[in-house]
Design a protein around this ligand. Structure first.
Ligand code: C5P
Length: 301
């Protein structure tokens, strides 16, 4: 029996444009993905029985075949039947579930990295990302994490210089979740007329802003097309975003298709009192004060 423990980081989008609808039903996007230091912990233990099993300390996480961590284990086992063993996966959840923070994808990415190690497969990062792309559009990013430009359906990645410093606050209404397919579909139906003019080059300017390493500049240029459909449908999220700006945030944005909102502060000593006030104003919201993270998956043991 061998085992390993991995940390899997959540992700936010600092920039997200939806450029068009593709023939395969997915949307063409241009996005900047960024890992943040809110992590799940995964324990992987090989077992003599050939089967795969999973447990999680969070009741809302499915432990059936729909779990991306379990799907990742099955995918690698099918590709490498000689090296594969049975595996038990236990997930300690910190990343909120169905929140627009790629929690499930990061868990799947961690299993790919962990089994590559336990089974001695010797797969490279691009090879692991190839497997990840079969399971979800943002899972390839989660394998390497850090800061990256994502194009195609979000799975074609170009690493960008790391964003450092500052504090990142995440906030999520406890009882609210948003379906990503709903958000894409609604955006397409409402803004399809803009697709003809949309171009991946629109992200070039944001990438230049990132290179300035000025958090204030980055915060001033945050953009997420999903806000155009999610904020009108959920005015409470728009209010929360305004609440961050009223409490001195450099910038605030919906994360992915939501419902999580994030806010950037120049440092944690400014973020903490803002969050204390917002916790009073929004008792139905969970808050996390964290920071940018230069990796997606880290082997702890
Ligand atoms: O790839 P993933 O399974 O994470 O995507 C979930 C759903 O989000 C897809 O089934 C699709 O409806 C939508 N999606 C999309 N375009 C993308 C990524 C996701 O339409 N680029």
């Amino acid at each position: 029996m061998s085992q390993c423990t991995l940390a899997a980081a959540a992700k936010i989008n600092l920039y997200l444009r939806i450029l068009g609808l593709r023939g395969d039903g997915y949307h063409e996007v241009a996005m900047v993905l960024q890992s943040v230091n809110l992590r799940d912990t995964l324990h992987l233990t090989t077992q003599s029985r050939k089967d795969m099993s999973i447990t999680c300390d969070h009741p809302q996480v499915p432990t059936d075949g729909t779990n991306l961590a379990l799907k990742a284990a099955h995918l690698l086992a099918e590709a490498f039947p000689k090296q594969a063993t049975g595996v038990h996966i236990h997930i300690e959840k910190q990343i909120p579930v169905a929140a627009g923070l790629a929690g499930g994808s990061s868990n799947g990415a961690a299993v790919l990295v962990g089994l590559n190690h336990l089974w001695g497969l010797g797969l490279t990062v691009p090879e692991l990302q190839g497997f990840a792309a079969q399971l979800g559009s943002d899972m390839p990013f989660c394998v390497q994490g850090g800061t990256a430009l994502g194009t195609g359906r979000g799975d074609i990645l170009e690493p960008l210089p790391p964003v450092t410093g500052g504090a990142v606050v995440l906030a999520k209404f406890v009882n609210l979740s948003i379906s990503t397919p709903w958000a894409y579909r609604t955006y397409s139906e409402t803004f399809r007329h803009t697709f003809a003019e949309a171009s991946a080059q629109e992200s070039d300017h944001f990438v230049q802003v990132l290179a300035s390493h000025s958090l204030a500049e980055i915060a001033a240029h945050l953009h997420n097309d999903f806000e155009k459909v999610v904020l009108p449908a959920h005015p409470e999220i728009a209010q929360l975003k305004q609440g961050f700006l009223d409490q001195g945030a450099l910038g605030s944005l919906l994360s992915g298709s939501g419902p999580t909102v994030f806010a950037l502060y120049s440092d944690a000593t400014l973020a903490q009192p803002a969050v204390e006030q917002l916790r009073i104003d929004y008792p139905e919201v969970d808050f996390w004060v964290t920071e940018f993270c230069p990796w997606g998956v880290a082997m702890i043991q």
